[in-house]
Ligand binder design. Structure first.
Ligand code: NDP
Length: 451
């Protein structure tokens, strides 16, 4: 049977675009469908605009720090409108680049929502297209819990397009997005309350990191309310009233939910074809990203493995090389470094202490908390934290966690060390870069034995 294409990709985000580009370069005839904007969550309303907003927000602290270094910084004001316009211009530019990537790689773009008709056929609007392989790369979407008045709340999608900076904002959730946006709004001058339903933010991260970051965010003025969750949101003439489950009320001008993301599988027609989904709607896949239907694959957030752009890209590459490159390989999800662009940043790779203890029993811990050099003259009370987790029998470093300026930049290289299975002795044998925050990683000699 002949098909219109060798590969039809649904979703032109990070994973889908990379898979289509590489498949095309390996000789496949490729088409891709996108119902919103080419580039996907990361480029259009995720990592990229978020990081631009983090940069904007951090200037507030930079201006303050500058004074300790002798700079007289005049009166400061910030235009949210200018920031959003400039950010939008950059996102439009990147959107154009993504269109060009598809064009230059001979990938045909179908603009519209694609649904599956059978295992080799998709429909986009009134067009019917056939393909030998289908790749689902539809990403995920913010979940808004069913709370009375939730229609008055926004998600991160809308936060990027607010007409003005809210004077008072409540952020609900304790994950990546909540912590990052709480920092963004706080730096830009909003009064920020973070509501988290359990007792410590960033569940899943190392407990020391969670406690330390929580303290740093509080020092910067973010009001973190733990064991707190909205029961009801009401619109008033001068803002919103949020009634918590414990009966307390808070007033704000905006409430943003960052309570997780659901895989985009609804209405695609997957179940009818026998593509199995997990309980949360994510597509079940093998290590090689194959679904339960042999010619249908899935990569990225829709598979709910590790919901990070570079992971989706990696899965997309592995898919293309497996299916069209004759080099079958599984996507590698071990020792994936990641960062939370909170202020200060968190950089992490490998196991948390709890995970390491569970896996290995006894582990050696090295940790250090200190005042970064920059803060000595600036007068800022910001501190940094570095933690190493070592498996004592092999001496392997199995986890590194950093909180502090540039943690994201530092952890990338540490990720290489962990990928190379570096030992603590090799960390110790590495000469530090002085003076830097990163040198702490190679200069910790004393095992932590308890407070
Ligand atoms: P997360 O899953 O990280 O966090 C969701 C948070 O919302 C958790 O604190 C969770 O609490 C809480 N929550 C969930 N349901 C409810 C509810 N019904 N009511 C109140 N609170 C609730 O999701 P995010 O939305 O922050 O981010 C999604 C994913 O996107 C991340 O996991 C990450 O993989 C990716 N991402 C990565 C970034 C980066 O690399 N810097 C930046 C942004 C996103 P609990 O702990 O109790 O479950």
């Amino acid at each position: 049977m002949t098909f219109d294409y060798d590969l039809f990709v649904i979703g032109a985000g990070s994973g889908g675009v990379r898979a289509s580009r590489i498949s095309s370069s390996l000789g496949a005839r490729v088409a891709i469908a996108e119902e919103f904007r080419v580039g996907g969550t990361c480029v259009i309303r995720g990592c990229v605009p978020k990081k631009l907003l983090v940069y904007a927000s951090h200037f507030a602290e930079d201006f303050k720090d500058a004074e300790g270094y002798g700079w007289a910084v005049g009166e400061r004001s910030h235009s949210w409108k200018t920031l959003i316009e400039n950010k939008d211009r950059e996102i439009n530019r990147l959107n154009g680049i993504y269109h060009n990537i598809l064009k230059n790689n001979n990938v045909t773009l179908y603009e519209g929502r694609a649904t599956l008709v059978d295992k080799n056929t998709v429909k986009v609007g009134d067009r019917t297209i056939t393909a030998k392989y289908i790749l689902i790369a539809t990403g995920a979407t913010p979940v808004m819990p069913d709370v009375p008045g939730i229609e008055h709340a926004i998600s991160s999608n809308e936060a990027f397009h607010l007409d003005e900076l809210p004077k008072r904002i409540i952020v609900v959730g304790g994950g990546y997005i909540a912590v990052e946006f709480a920092g963004i709004f706080n730096g830009l001058g909003s009064d920020v309350t973070l509501l988290y339903r359990r007792d410590l933010i960033l569940r899943g991260f190392d407990d020391d990191v969670r406690t330390f970051l929580s303290g740093e965010l509080t020092k910067k003025g973010i009001k973190i309310e733990t064991n707190a969750n909205p029961a009801r949101i009401e619109k008033r003439a001068n803002g919103l009233t949020v009634t918590l489950e414990d009966g307390r009320t808070l007033e704000c001008d905006a409430i943003m939910y960052a309570t997780g993301r659901d895989p985009n599988t609804k209405g695609l027609g997957l179940e009818a074809l026998g593509v199995e989904l997990k309980e949360n709607g994510a597509v079940k896949v093998t290590a090689q990203s194959q679904t339960t239907v042999d010619n249908i694959y899935a990569v990225g957030d829709v598979t709910d493995r590790i919901a990070l752009t570079p992971v989706a890209i990696h899965e997309g590459m592995a898919f293309a090389e497996t299916v069209f490159g004759g080099r079958p390989r599984a996507a590698d999800h071990e020792n994936v470094p990641s960062a939370v662009f909170s202020q200060p940043q968190v950089g992490t790779v490998g196991l948390t202490e709890a995970q390491a203890r569970e896996k290995y029993g006894a582990v050696d811990i090295y940790k250090s908390q200190f005042r970064p050099m920059k803060m000595t003259l600036s007068g800022s009370s910001e501190q940094a934290f570095v933690k190493l987790i070592v498996e004592p029998k092999s001496d392997l470093v199995v986890g590194v966690h950093i909180v502090g300026g540039d943690a994201a930049e530092i952890i990338q290289s540490v990720g290489i060390a962990l990928k190379c299975k570096a030992t603590k002795a090799q960390f110790d044998a590495t000469v530090g870069v002085h003076p830097s925050l990163a040198e702490e990683i190679v200069t910790m000699r004393e095992k932590y034995t308890g407070d």
